[in-house]
Unconditional design. Structure first.
Length: 178
């Protein structure tokens, strides 16, 4: 059976929640990381939704690919579907990724569904930061999600200018002056 890989571009990079045998930096062409999904469970509520990342068409995205043991495949797929398909704002896809060591593999990932009511593509940095700054959900403050993702990307030597600007704006506006 072929190796089973999962591509993470947001919280899966720093909190996969499943067993894996190998972890590699990877690049996915044809999609870009974007704060384009309203979260009313993990990082927000129905009354005050937050924002989480999705993959939108165009560009490329650096992230992490995880190789999962064949024995764990079914359990990992079930776990990811429960985690990522909670409202069906994502579409599950298997897409080719380039691993940092030069190999190309197919990996399961989740792309944003632009037809879903939770999809909010095209937000500017200030609007995204305002939403992130004030939202919190089952998994904690929305700002922590953004900060953790930016920090993890930077630790891997990956820069995401838009996400970094959102994080900087959230941080700057969160500082309380005496």
């Amino acid at each position: 059976m072929d190796d089973f890989w999962v591509f993470g571009y947001g919280s899966l990079m720093w909190n996969p929640g499943f067993p894996f045998q190998e972890r590699q930096q990877a690049r996915l062409n044809g999609y870009r990381r974007s704060l384009c999904i309203r979260s009313n469970v993990y990082r927000g509520t129905d009354e005050n939704p937050g924002l989480v990342l999705g993959l939108e068409r165009g560009g490329s995205c650096h992230g992490v690919a995880f190789r999962v043991a064949d024995a764990d495949r079914d359990a990992v797929v079930a776990y990811l579907r429960e985690r990522e398909l909670i409202s069906n704002v994502y579409k599950e896809r298997v897409i080719a990724v380039g691993l940092v060591d030069g190999r190309r593999r197919h990996a399961m990932t989740y792309v944003a569904d632009p037809q879903h009511p939770q999809y909010v593509g095209g937000l500017g940095v200030e609007d995204a930061a305002r939403i992130v700054r004030h939202a919190s959900g089952r998994s904690g403050p929305n700002a922590d999600y953004v900060f953790n993702t930016v920090q993890h990307l930077q630790d891997m030597g990956i820069r995401d200018a838009v996400l970094e600007r959102v994080a900087a704006d959230v941080e700057a506006q969160s500082v309380v002056c005496p």
